[in-house]
Design a protein around this ligand. Structure first.
Ligand code: SF4
Ligand code: SF4
Length: 345
């Protein structure tokens, strides 16, 4: 008997209960991070033309170091940890990292390019306790910009549909590096057809900033956004402004409600604002969380980072930001990265 649909429903129900608690806690208190991205390896097996978040040489971060970072995030009261990269599946002890996140009571998610997924790998992610997985698919056929294509990844999606008991979200993309915007429709349709949720992202430039969509891209964007219940796109309504090239009114709580922990263990605002504030996680305190909660980010109006904007929904309605943004400290940053790389942090 195929137990996967039953096990999937069970894990979904449990995760949903935990998510409801996370939402209640996030609304009741502003003093803890809701979501943290952690990077267990910066290396990637692909080299997408628009990406500034990978290299092709670095080693996985040692398991004990990852455990300490996860423990620190738990102490700060973090609700969700999403493992990102680079390509997290290149980390040889990824399952242990996921187990530790769950052990510390946090929701465990992962962003992957999906290339290394096999039936056995998906089953081991099930056992480790993974709760969410996201794959971004950039086109229908591989091109000079990206090989994260439906043609290559469709067999991986079928494996996920057959074996995964965690939630799967497929993100399609629009924007200038995408040659054929109709591909986003094909990707979103396939995702929904396989029973996954679907989002559509707008590719940002190297500073996480806006590239407005043309008329054709906008029409496709609106169509995907209009697809009802099976699509998480309905939570990304702020992207309508982004798609039209309009500044968006919101309060970025990066460094507080959202944390980006790089492979060196430094806390940054997000993947596109690395270097600010660049404080080692071990030294990151509730005072830093409070400070960044109230810090106005000058890049907010044209930001395209979906996950940080979704976290912003918890607090956009309260507590206007009054503090000026953190000033970059390039000399200090270089020093800190050297210290972290040499294992002092
Ligand atoms: S797969 Fe992801 S991390 Fe790797 S190069 Fe592409 S966008 Fe960057
Ligand atoms: S607004 Fe926030 S999430 Fe967006 S680029 Fe700036 S710091 Fe990052």
């Amino acid at each position: 008997m195929d137990l996967i649909p039953f096990r999937r429903k069970l894990r979904f129900a449990r995760t949903r209960v935990r998510e409801l608690k996370m939402i209640g806690r996030g609304l009741a208190s502003t003093g803890h991070p809701i979501l943290a991205h952690i990077i267990p390896i910066r290396r990637c097996n692909l080299s997408c033309g628009y990406c500034n978040e990978y290299d092709n040489f670095s080693n996985p971060i040692e398991l004990g170091v990852m455990f300490r970072r996860i423990d620190r995030l738990a102490e700060l009261g973090t609700s969700i940890i999403t493992i990102s990269g680079g390509e997290p599946l290149l980390h040889p002890e990824l399952d242990e990292i996921i187990r530790h996140i769950r052990l510390r009571g946090m929701i465990a998610g992962m962003i992957t390019n999906g290339y290394l997924l096999t039936a056995a790998r998906i089953q081991s992610l099930n056992r480790a306790g993974l709760e969410h997985l996201q794959i971004s698919i950039d086109n229908v056929k591989p091109d000079d910009v990206s090989v994260k294509s439906l043609k290559v990844l469709d067999q991986k999606l079928e494996l996920l549909a057959r074996h995964a008991i965690f939630q799967v979200n497929i993100n399609s993309v629009l924007g200038s590096p995408v040659h054929n915007p109709e591909d986003a429709l094909a990707v979103a349709r396939r995702a929904i057809g396989l029973g996954f949720t679907s989002t559509v992202g707008i590719l940002h430039d190297h500073n996480g900033q806006l590239r407005p969509l043309n008329d054709r891209q906008q029409a496709i964007f609106e169509e995907i956004m209009s697809w009802g219940k099976r699509s998480y796109s309905r939570f990304n309504w702020f992207e309508k402004d982004v798609a039209r090239g309009l500044p968006h009114e919101w309060r970025c709580r990066a460094g507080s409600r959202y944390l980006y922990i790089c492979e060196n263990g430094l806390v940054h605002y997000c993947s596109q604002q690395r270097g600010y504030p660049a404080i080692p996680l071990e030294q990151y305190t509730r005072e830093h969380l409070r400070h960044e909660y109230s810090t106005k980010k000058p890049c907010a109006p044209l930001c395209t980072l979906q996950c940080v904007q979704q976290i912003g929904l918890f607090d956009n309605w309260r507590d206007p930001q009054t503090l000026p943004a953190f000033k970059p400290r390039p000399a200090d940053l270089a020093e800190l990265e050297t210290e972290c790389a040499s294992g002092k942090q």
